[in-house]
Write a protein that binds this ligand. Structure first.
Ligand code: SF4
Length: 227
């Protein structure tokens, strides 16, 4: 596993759990709003060894509930499943953050019982995915991932980072329609020095309140973050 970042404690990234979070190197998308743009490329000379991670986890048994595997895009790692299994075998819960581009692997991870929570990003309405992912993503694969996760019995959420220059209310509604009544978050884009798209704009608090009212009318399980 190419692990480029490791945060020893998070109370925010694994709902209801005390966890640590690790960030894998490499992603098959190029989202202009990526807050981890340093993890998009596949090379990094300062990787963290698996031994270091497992040594830390050994000392945190009974203290941490779980481990979040984030990225980059974890599913581009060829040994993701065996890595997650090792964590599960140590007694920790595992959450996977994914862009949903690899439904076969997502299905296998669920079937093999090595994942307890999945958070999948939905970047845009499916016909316009390229406008955000910046690569030609397979719409069929994305749809399949959404369906696999929705129909699974494991806890999950979908989320979309909303950007004023890209997502209008109609697009948000369409994205919400993909997940039906499942748990979904619209989260406001935040500009930062890591973000590649310097022209991207976030919504104001007033706009988010208005978006929330409109969306909630149709999709009560959708929450708008940032208000
Ligand atoms: S999929 Fe995630 S990690 Fe990859 S570029 Fe997009 S935001 Fe960044």
């Amino acid at each position: 596993m190419k692990i480029a970042g490791f945060q020893k404690l998070t109370l925010l990234d694994f709902p209801g759990k005390v966890a640590c979070i690790l960030f894998t190197q490499g992603c098959n998308f190029r989202c202009p709003y990526c807050q981890n743009s340093g993890l998009i490329g596949h090379e990094n000379e300062e990787l963290i060894s698996e031994e270091e991670i497992f040594s830390y986890l050994n000392k945190r048994k009974g203290v941490l509930d779980g481990v979040v595997v984030s990225g980059g895009e974890p599913t581009v790692q060829p040994d993701l499943e065996s890595f997650m299994k090792k964590i599960k075998d140590m007694g920790f819960l595992v959450k996977l953050d994914t862009n949903g581009s690899n439904p076969d692997l997502i299905e296998k991870l669920i079937k093999d019982g090595v994942v307890d929570y999945i958070a999948m990003d939905i970047k845009n309405v499916l016909p316009l995915y390229m406008n955000v992912a910046s690569v030609k993503a397979s719409v069929d694969k994305l749809k399949r991932s959404i369906e696999i996760i929705k129909s699974s019995s494991i806890d999950h959420e979908f989320r979309t980072t909303i950007i004023k220059n890209i997502h209008d209310i109609d697009k948000m509604k369409e994205i919400c329609s993909y997940v039906g009544g499942d748990k979904m978050y619209l989260q406001n884009f935040e500009q930062s020095e890591n973000v590649l798209g310097k022209n991207l704009e976030s919504f104001s608090k007033e706009e988010l309140i208005e978006i929330s009212k409109i969306i909630k009318g149709n999709y009560p399980n959708v929450k708008v973050r940032g208000i």
